[in-house]
Design a protein around this ligand. Structure first.
Ligand code: 13P
Length: 243
């Protein structure tokens, strides 16, 4: 199973980031989990240097290789400090204006610099008529439009319904199971056999009380965790639940 630990804009200091990394490394060692930690970009190089068996992801990259883009980081820079993954299209970046088209360009930029993209998709709200499925299809189509079958094996898809991020509880496992089937069918139609083995993750308010259930009944290959990944006691509860 894959566990992506999105620290978002936490913790406050590099010292605290190292403590969190150490605790995460110890917890991962005891479990059969592929752990990917996504620290804020300012900590990326230091965390990558001490990552041990963990993988390291940037939380975002720019579409361009270099240039006048104050405050941004490029895929090659992320790769050069030892990270091997990148979150692309996270709901919190889309809320700041990131478009489907930019997501597609970032996926291409990531792959060109040997970063494995973790592509985040998710609808803002649900409706009774299933229009949200169309939103997911459009997001996936745009993100994957320039990806070849050979490169597709490097991709990870993370479904994060916006309404379940930062909420009190995750989406139901039944709803996730349906979404896993929907995404899997899309991936198969686009990439054939490769699409069958691309990991599909769930993200949104996962913690120690919900992780196990979502893994087993949501039919997912892993989880993308926000709050419970950067709070030391919640992080321990999460790993205990995944024993
Ligand atoms: P929470 O787990 O805090 O709801 O965040 C989910 C998320 O956005 C992970 O990328």
């Amino acid at each position: 199973m894959i566990l992506v630990l999105n620290w978002k804009m936490n913790p406050k200091t590099l010292k605290e980031a190292f403590s969190l990394l150490d605790a995460t490394k110890k917890s991962i060692l005891r479990k059969k989990i592929t752990g990917i930690v996504a620290p804020p970009s300012v900590f990326l190089a230091d965390i990558a240097r001490k990552k041990g068996t963990l993988h390291v992801a940037a939380q975002s990259i720019h579409t361009e290789e270099s240039g006048s883009h104050t405050g941004d980081v490029a895929a090659a820079q992320v790769s050069s400090v030892g990270a091997d993954h990148v979150l692309i299209g996270h709901a919190e970046r889309r809320a700041l204006g990131e478009t489907n088209e930019e997501v597609g360009k970032k996926v291409v930029a990531a792959l060109a610099s040997h970063l494995a993209p973790i592509i985040c998709v998710g609808e803002n709200a649900r409706d009774g008529q299933g229009h949200y499925l169309e939103t997911i299809r459009i997001q996936l189509e745009a993100a994957l439009c320039d990806v070849s079958k050979t490169k597709a094996k490097h991709l990870v898809i993370a479904y994060e319904p916006v309404w379940a991020i930062g909420a009190a509880k995750p989406m139901s496992t039944h709803e996730m199971h349906e979404m896993t089937i929907y995404i899997r069918k899309f991936l198969f139609s686009k990439f054939g056999k490769t699409g069958m083995s691309m990991p599909i993750l769930y993200g949104g308010s996962i913690d120690g009380t919900s992780a196990r259930d979502m893994m087993h009944h949501g039919e997912v290959d892993g989880l993308l965790v926000g709050r419970a990944s950067s709070d030391m006691s919640k992080m321990h509860e999460l790993f205990d639940a995944l024993k």
